[in-house]
Design a binder for this molecule. Structure first.
Ligand code: 2PG
Ligand code: MG
Length: 366
């Protein structure tokens, strides 16, 4: 595939911060891709080049991208990775490489006449036949919130509501009901209703359990409806490495791990090398996959396939600073992932990703 033209733009993300968008054209095909950015980051994540500098770098390399005929995504990504020449993509920036890599993957799908998730499945060697569970972040804390006027805010970053339904359409309908009554309850109790970076509600309390109590309360309300028992799980995004000792996660005198998904994120950073180390240490049984942690689609697929070979659960995730690009929804389906974590559907950049899953579900049921 040869690229006819690429236009790189700077657009605002969901936090109003600058990020990159690429429009890429190959003959009759035209695609747009954009990249997110994280705030609670792992130290081994790919380097994020300041978007204005990325535009300058891009001008330097653009002609080389238009000259070549790339036979595969791997060849395209490897070309960019070797142009960069550093382990953490410090020269071109993981954000610049990824926005081009996302766009190239979308172009391949168009040229092959495939849905994006089908193209990703083809590249990954996966049979795309399952839809991921939706992990909705309904209550936020940590670095994703501004504390309330009294200085209070929950210390854990995300309180997740996870319908155990393999239908994104039903999950989304279910969670919208939960969100509405959760909002009413929080407002009634605190006369306050604010949202964090991912659209979930904030709570003016420093007690980490309060968020769980609210979600559990909502879940019990839902359970009062016939047929919904056992239809949900709750999840947390906490800094769990602080309570990992001698191969076990210890909370008080309790160990975790049989019924619980212990998910690596900042320790694995979608990086095959770090995933191998986490496996050797038996540290986790599930992993977060975020393309911008590693900085190319090829390496993202490699990381996911390796994690799967260990029998781990795979959760594809957005970042706290998002765009309206829905690539990760297709990635989740194309990788055969177990979950998609994309924040709270009250915010458009999050909602569109869940809606893309619904669209895929509807296509499958026609
Ligand atoms: C996370 C992400 C997304 P951030 O920690 O999982 O929720 O947040 O992008 O700030 O790392
Ligand atoms: Mg994080």
């Amino acid at each position: 595939m040869t690229i006819t033209n690429i236009q790189l733009n700077i657009i605002p993300d969901s936090r109003g911060e600058d990020t990159l968008e690429a429009e890429i054209i190959s003959g009759e095909y035209r695609v747009t891709a954009s990249v997110p950015s994280g705030k609670s980051k792992g130290k081994n994540e790919a380097f994020v080049l300041e978007p204005k500098k990325a535009l300058e770098k891009f001008t330097e390399i653009k002609s080389q991208l238009l000259e070549k005929d790339f036979s595969s995504l791997e060849e395209f990504d490897n070309f960019l990775i070797s142009l960069d020449g550093t382990p953490k993509k410090e020269n071109l920036g993981g954000n610049l490489i990824l926005v081009l890599s996302l766009g190239f993957t979308k172009l391949l799908a168009k040229a092959d006449g495939l849905e994006l998730y089908e193209e990703i499945a083809k590249i990954s060697g996966v049979k795309a036949e399952k839809l991921p569970l939706c992990l909705f972040n309904l209550i936020e804390g940590g670095v994703h919130i501004h504390p309330a006027p009294n200085g209070a805010g929950l210390p854990f970053q995300e309180y997740l509501y996870i319908p155990q339904i393999n239908s994104p359409k039903e999950s989304l309908a279910e969670v919208m009901l939960v969100i509405r009554s959760l909002g009413e309850e929080i407002h009634q109790k605190y006369e306050h209703l604010r949202q964090g970076d991912e659209g979930g509600y904030t709570i003016p309390s420093n007690d980490p359990l309060v968020g769980l109590e609210f979600l559990q309360g909502q879940a019990l309300l839902r359970l009062a409806r016939p047929g919904l028992a056992e239809n949900y799980r709750l999840g947390l995004d906490v800094a769990a490495s602080t309570f990992f000792h001698d191969g076990l996660y210890l909370v008080g005198d309790k160990t975790m791990g049989e019924k619980v998904w212990i998910v690596g994120d900042d320790i694995t950073t979608t990086n095959p090398e770090s995933i191998k180390i986490a496996h050797e240490k038996n540290a986790i049984n599930a992993v977060i996959i975020k393309p911008n942690q590693i900085g190319s689609v090829t390496e993202t697929i490699r990381a996911a396939n390796l994690a799967k070979s260990f029998g781990w659960k795979i959760i594809v995730s957005h970042r706290s600073g998002e765009t309206k690009d829905t690539f990760i929804a297709d990635l989740a389906v194309g990788l055969g992932a177990d979950g998609l974590k994309s924040g709270c559907p009250l915010q458009e950049a999050r909602l569109v990703k869940y809606q893309r899953l619904v669209e895929i579900e509807e296509k499958w049921h026609i």
